[in-house]
Design a protein around this ligand. Sequence first.
Ligand SMILES: [Zn+2]
Length: 271
Amino acid sequence: MNKLVFSWPNGKSGALTTSWDDGNIHDRRLVSIFNKYGIKGTWNLNSGFLDSKVKEGTRKKYLSSKEIKSLFKGHEVAVHTVTHPSLWRSSDSMILSEVVEDRKNLERLTGYPVRGMALPNGGPNDERVKNVLRAAGILHCRPTARGENFELPLDFMYWPVTCHQADDFFSLWEKFMNKSNPDKLFYLWGHSYEFPRDNNWERMEEFGKLTGKKGNIWYATNMEIYNYVTAWRSLSSSVEMTQVENRSGVTVWFKAAGELKKVGPGKILRL
Ligand SMILES: [Zn+2]
């Protein structure tokens, strides 16, 4: 029997993804840093706060709806609900309205299906909340919990991060680079407004220099990771693993007997 071992696209040894909440104007600077270093982000927006006029000097100033599509080109826009309620304190109907309405608003702005999410105010994501989110069409959902590890989530509806922007991500990155599991993922989250608040934008520049543009790292949005990993997990094989069918819409890579193989969308590979 053949043994198939996970591989990131093109045989890369690890993946980096990031996630940022609330749709603050400081996202503009963060996006430009990421674009400089080739890092991708998922931007979780409250559509009810876009275009809101907030007086100068307060930390929360929101993006305008007109800029969403061009600002986040090459990145992913995702749901953070319309008005940022704590979901564990909300009724099923309220969660459904908040999520579906946010999806609808953001889909109008971006022009693509918006099916990722970050939980407003973090909090527990129990089966009740998860079921409503699934019914609302959500595919991946991030709490604020962090594991300081580099594992893929077992359940994408509760996808803990590696660390927050205020954590020591430099030493975590060093640990990450020394890890040998083939499916290792580094996942950073935060709020762009924390950089001006804490006067430490240079941390993100340093992070970009340290982690960006590495030939052996795959830089992906949350949804790209979700699509790839679910496609990998769904590879359909014969019992002897001599035929591998990829029923997904993305090319999937794996190693068999130490050799890197790929199987295109809708294709069958014979080993
Ligand atoms: Zn938030």
